[in-house]
Write a new protein. Sequence first.
Length: 333
Amino acid sequence: MTTGSMLEVPPAGRSARFAPGFGRRVLLTVDTEEEFDWRAPFRRDGYGLSHLAALPRFQAFCEGIGAHPVYLVDWPVVNEPRAVAIIGDAVRRGVADVGVQLHPWVNPPFEEEVSERNSFAGNLPPALEAAKFTALCDAIETAFGTAPMIYRAGRYGLGPHTAELLKQAGIRVDTSVRPLFDYSHQGGPDYSNHPLAPYWADPEGTLLELPVSSTYAGLLSPVGPLIHRVQRHLPTIYSGFSRAGLLERIALTPEGVSRDEALRGIDILLESDLPLLVLSFHSPTLAPGHTPYTRTEADVEALYGWFEAVYAHLAVCGIASCTVAEIIAAAGR
């Protein structure tokens, strides 16, 4: 893998090693973004931000269960005073971190056609990807008074030039890779065979990749990526294996993954000696009616129940929360 290419599976020897005292940890990432219709074509306007009123409850809840959220904010959010006030207070108190999430279709400069392919920032011309990224980073640093150190490409849309862009900006951690998932049919990256464990995205060891945690369960786990590729042509094949208990793909998210599935996934990943679990979800899910996962108030309460159960299980397993700074320090070469 050449410097700057994060789309290919990294070569052997790139696995990250953490300092002995770091132990095994969990990082909670929040794609903190605008509300939009996930089923509709992408558009630059017409989005909402009403769910941000739910952030104070979520932040207080996290502090109560010992979670340390990383708010990966995009352009609409960083330009919303309510979000800056709520997240900024948590960052100043040291109980949350702020990072970067690029949704190119709502992030200036607006030079590209709005399309599904261009919703993956890594598909944009390098200069345009850089201009959007720089505008967002500058806005975040101005709003929160701190330079962000962690990045996630919206829709996991890394490109061939993203790594060099992040390094030039002083970003130390990327968390855009979603192992076992393939977005190539939408014009995005294919992460089917990327590692589950943290690794160095560049030969110099200056950009750390923290893959979003997911795993396969079941007897057919070794051929899970192949089966998922086949299912695009035979849609019922995966569901049949899943119903038979032969193959499950479990992502560590409360969005579409049950509590019991998540706990099973955590145990599988811990058995494989994964040093760091990365949980993720989208901020609009904190309020009813904005995503497919929380259509009602009862769904929102179930979301909080999911987090309570997951963090209770992690505590029993001796897995503590961590900050972005702790990760960087523990992985330092």
